[in-house]
Design a protein around this ligand. Structure first.
Ligand code: DAH
Length: 345
């Protein structure tokens, strides 16, 4: 019997080694340990032993074989699971030599690049960024910046009206009234407000019904024209190069007094005259001035105590000059070929 049983363990071991799937292993286990296995039979035969003294040792022996078989099957089951996992992993291996699915990289819009540049610059000078809404009240867009209902300067800034009192803002100067009112008559104020603006205009190379501006407003107790000129010189040299000359010309805006228009010496010809500056040597870039006392007063500031300066920069104009864009419509027609040029690799 001992021999038969030992033979059983050996046979099971040999057969189990050949099996590489779990179902066949389960069948083999049933064959060696199941209800009709020789081992079960050996346990059953114990009671028929003629010598009862033999029952103990024989039982122990059969049991040892049983333990041996059980551990054999445990081992094989584990080995098979491992084998299967390895196979699965090999099948799922990522082929890193395959070219990946490339995604089209986006680019910052050239006007956003100018906004970012200006924002970084003015934050460095201690300004804060104010935000305004595209839909604005006529009151803020015009009246509170000293452009009453019948003012002729409104003709140049016709807009898209939503109803009698609301329109798409024609200028970021509307932000001036909001910022002043929020400060409740107490300075200092130092903000820029970049954003979209709209006007009823026939679109061509240099005109567009939608464009963007960056407003600047500084109000305090001793704010001077000299500070305005210095600030604008700094920002224009930042944008167009340290060697640029800056020229101030008298002008008119309803919300500033005095008002100026500002030119920068042509960076293309260094002021000698070329098609870019229409042979004048100068490029007009922005409007500015000292905040009109009416604007201060209407928005809760005492013009006897406070003075201020303001400026408005046309962002497309700056982007056109900086990046050599010839058609303002390129900024909003979403032509990928145009926008792709501003992609940083
Ligand atoms: N709002 C003016 C425009 O759209 C630009 C401007 C000029 C803004 C002078 C200012 C300023 O703040 O002082 O034409």
């Amino acid at each position: 019997m001992l021999e038969i049983l030992n033979g059983l363990a050996k046979q099971a071991e040999e057969e189990a080694e050949k099996i590489h799937d779990r179902a066949s292993l389960a069948a083999l286990k049933a064959k060696f340990l199941g209800g009709s296995s020789p081992l079960k039979q050996a346990f059953a035969d114990l009671k028929n032993l003629s010598d009862p003294k033999q029952k103990g040792p024989a039982g122990k022996m059969i049991n040892d074989v049983k333990v041996q078989l059980e551990s054999l099957f445990d081992r094989r089951e584990k080995a098979l699971s491992e084998e299967e996992a390895q196979k699965k992993m090999a099948g799922e291996k990522v082929d890193i030599s395959l070219p990946g699915v490339s995604r089209v990289k986006g680019a910052m819009h050239p006007c956003s690049l100018v906004v970012k540049d200006l924002t970084d610059f003015f934050l460095g000078l201690g300004y804060k960024v104010a935000e305004g809404d595209d839909v604005e009240l006529d009151m803020f867009n015009f009246e509170l910046v000293n452009i009453p209902k019948d003012h002729p300067s409104r003709d140049m800034q016709d807009s898209f009206y939503i109803d009698d009192s609301r329109l798409l803002r024609t200028q970021t100067s509307a932000a001036q009234a909001h910022v002043l009112q929020a400060a409740k008559g107490v300075g200092p104020i130092k903000i820029i407000c970049p954003g979209k603006t709209y006007r009823r205009d026939d679109d061509d190379l240099t005109h567009s019904h939608q464009f963007s501006q960056c407003e600047g407003l500084v109000v305090g107790k001793n704010v001077t024209m000299g500070q305005l000129m210095e600030t604008l010189t700094l920002v224009l040299r930042h944008l167009f190069g340290e060697k640029r000359q800056v020229r101030f010309r008298p002008s008119f805006f309803p919300f500033t007094e005095p008002s100026i228009e500002v030119d920068v010496s042509c960076y293309n010809c260094d002021g000698k005259g070329c098609p870019m500056c229409k042979n004048t040597g100068w490029i007009e870039v922005l409007g500015a001035g000292m905040v009109h006392p009416n604007v201060l007063r209407m928005n809760g500031f005492d013009p006897e105590v406070y003075t201020g300066f303001a400026f408005g920069i046309g962002l497309e104009r700056i982007a056109m000059l900086k990046y050599g864009v010839e058609d303002i419509r390129d900024f909003f027609t979403s032509d990928e070929a145009f926008l792709r040029q501003f992609r940083k690799e």
